[in-house]
Ligand binder design. Sequence first.
Ligand code: KG4
Ligand code: ZN
Length: 388
Amino acid sequence: MVQSRTVGKSEFSVQINGMATKSPEHQHPAIVLGIETSCDETAAAVIRLDKAGRGEILSNIIRSQWEEHEQFGGVVPEIAARAHVECLDEIIALALETAGLDFQDLNAIAATAGPGLIGGLLVGLTTAKSIAFAHNLDFVTVNHLEAHALTVGLTDNQTPPYMLLLVSGGHTQIVLVRDFGSYVRLGTTIDDALGEAFDKTAKLLDLGFPGGPAVEQHARLGNPNRFDFPRPLRNRREAHFSFAGLKTAVRRAAEKLQPIADEDIANLCASFENAICDVVADRLTRAHEIAKVEHGVDQDIPLVAAGGVARNRKLREALKETANRLGCNLVVPPPELCTDNAAMIAWAGAQQYARGDTSDLDFSARARWPLDEASQAVYGSGKHGAKA
Ligand code: KG4
Ligand code: ZN
């Protein structure tokens, strides 16, 4: 599909789901400011894209809202939006100051336009539009999932094609990244996201928020084989995930242990992580097969991981084993670039900018914005609805 769009400085044609036509104005090197406000991190970063297409992080500022949400055991959308409003200007100023730059030094400004919590998205997007307008900068709208998917280009110079495991608080997917802008969803979750399963497990064990790091910390001292938790959907034909039953199994086991000792908590966390690692390894193996048989993919494309849960050390070890078994390279960004950050937004924005793929200032935020627009909703128990 070819669509004409008017942008800040020029008009050109851009091909959706493929390489965009390059506008002469949008050449490397480029300096791009990225803004991320889709969930509970307020972040701004500046990156430089050099002539060879490599990225350098000039600044990367993140303010997490954990303290605001901790007492509720999860992210409260209204509180998140307000917290973004309160500090975004300061975070942007700090990102520029750290990079030693001013607005006039930028080529473009990129902001997360979705998917995510609509209030937060509006804060980031409106701020970016205002800056773009005031300083006559090109404006780029970024899909948050695409930014996670492309992070390995910034950190490891890894270009598509590759198979991506995206595991965060809101999403759990296996995606075939064929090219920039060309994604095929191979698997998704039918209920909870993996990060959500960590967060809920932490909540029921009273370990605090966010749950992932807390579960990981307790698991280090535990016995991963103490509890034989279910491995949902293992050996199924599709490469989908389900975590609701696993979380319930942890709750039942914890209820039987009351009053619960520190050692019990460590064993529950370690056994939970162990089950997760088995499930992920099994589902990736299945997705790898689907990619080969149904999508004609060459056997040795790399395995890439992204999203907050990819920080987890046990999971990273399991991914290494899986990649070795499948005969592919494993590429995982450093932990601080797995969780939400604005460097990945600036990087994805710079890729789009370099292809001349910029947006109008009337671009609307999208609470739901699947990477693979053609993928069908997958229905699970019905309790959590369909996930794309
Ligand atoms: O990518 P991210 O920062 O935000 C979303 O886009 O959702 O991911 C946040 C999720 C949370 O659910 C958090 O508990 C989880 O990543 N997480 C972890 C770890 N660090 C963060 N899960 C397991 N182990 C960790 N070390
Ligand atoms: Zn994320």
